[in-house]
Design a protein around this ligand. Structure first.
Ligand SMILES: [Zn+2]
Ligand SMILES: [Zn+2]
Ligand SMILES: [Zn+2]
Length: 347
């Protein structure tokens, strides 16, 4: 016990700085090297203070410890801040309690301690509620804490109905309409972005489906599958892996196409589109593709391309070209994914 007390006494004696809290009630002995290495702001304060003390001592004055004041926060928060600076970013992760987390974030921002700022953002963000989100968002903006700001925006978007009922939101509406407008604008933008992303995802799903249909069409027209096979050959008896998802539906469509005699049939139109799309994507040399109408469509497209070179192409052709391009990309992506899966399964 005596050893411990003596060690603590030695450590305090080696301290060359006193950190004083805003109330002035607490004086925490500290080492200037530790504080200066933890924070560039403290480093610059300490350089000035230590020089002043040295000059005073050289002039025959009383030798005193330099003093650093941490203002604007409670004594406990200031003490915890010094403790955390001593522990450092790689030290034991001291729990940042709910009460002092906001003050700690302010200190980490003011004294430029980035690792502590990130920890405070994490601690505050993990306890975010509809009640606290408005105040926290303002704090995040003041302390330049982008991660925390993003979490607040997400929670606002998710639970806006609950936030609207809180006292903090009502206070904001009455006292800071500009911030209210800014938040509503952000929510609107986030909603637009979400809708756009959903639309893009749905579109991408269609291109991937078309790409799978192209693979199935080639597979049916070269090997055949259960019920439909290439011209003059029996189809393979065993169903392919894509039988349930795409192949069976395409087989039904092909069978319908071969029997239907209606002049205007949506299912037949769909089959025409698939055959045309196949021809646009097919890179087999002339006479090597078994898919019906592939050559005819390719000739037709070549004629169109030649005509397009002479005259400006119409809007429809541009759209078709875009569709072909997007399905080609989706196809390349899915074959890349399959290759990766195969190489992973072989590992
Ligand atoms: Zn199949
Ligand atoms: Zn039909
Ligand atoms: Zn072909």
């Amino acid at each position: 016990m005596c050893e411990g007390v003596r060690a603590a006494g030695d450590a305090a004696a080696a301290a060359d700085v006193d950190v004083i809290t805003s109330s002035g009630r607490r004086r925490i002995p500290a080492h200037s090297t530790v504080l200066a290495s933890a924070s560039p702001v403290l480093e610059s304060i300490l350089q000035r203070r230590l020089k002043k003390e040295r000059d005073a001592a050289a002039g025959g004055g009383k030798v005193r410890r330099a003093v650093v004041r941490i203002r604007g926060v409670t004594d406990d928060a200031a003490a915890a801040f010094v403790r955390l600076l001593y522990a450092g970013s790689s030290g034991d992760e001291e729990e940042i309690d709910e009460k002092s987390a906001a003050q700690m974030l302010v200190l980490a921002h003011a004294y430029r301690v980035p690792w502590l700022k990130r920890r405070c953002e994490g601690a505050i963000g993990s306890r975010l509620t509809a009640e606290s989100v408005v105040d926290t968002m303002q704090l995040a903006a003041l302390c330049d804490a982008p991660q925390l700001h993003l979490r607040c925006t997400r929670l606002l978007a998710k639970e806006f109905k609950a936030v609207e009922k809180t006292e903090a939101w009502r206070f904001l509406q009455e006292n800071d309409p500009w911030l209210e407008l800014d938040i509503l604008q952000r929510l609107h933008d986030a909603d637009l972005r979400r809708r756009k992303w959903r639309r893009k995802r749905a579109e991408q799903g269609v291109y991937v489906e078309l790409s799978e249909a192209m693979d199935c069409l080639s597979h049916i027209c070269t090997e055949g599958c259960t019920e439909v096979g290439p011209v003059g050959r029996a189809p393979a008896a065993a169903p392919c892996p894509a039988y349930a998802t795409a192949c069976r539906g395409l087989q039904l469509l092909i069978r319908h196409f071969s029997r239907c005699h209606r002049t205007s049939c949506p299912r037949c139109q769909r089959m025409w589109q698939l055959l045309r799309l196949h021809a646009a994507l097919c890179d087999l040399p002339d006479g090597h593709c078994n898919t019906p109408l592939c050559m005819q469509f390719r000739r037709k497209e070549e004629e169109k391309a030649a005509a397009k070179a002479k005259a400006k192409a119409g809007d429809d052709d541009d759209k078709w070209g875009l569709l072909v391009k997007k399905v080609r990309v989706a196809r390349a992506m899915s074959s890349l994914g399959k290759r990766r899966q195969m190489s992973c399964s072989q590992c």
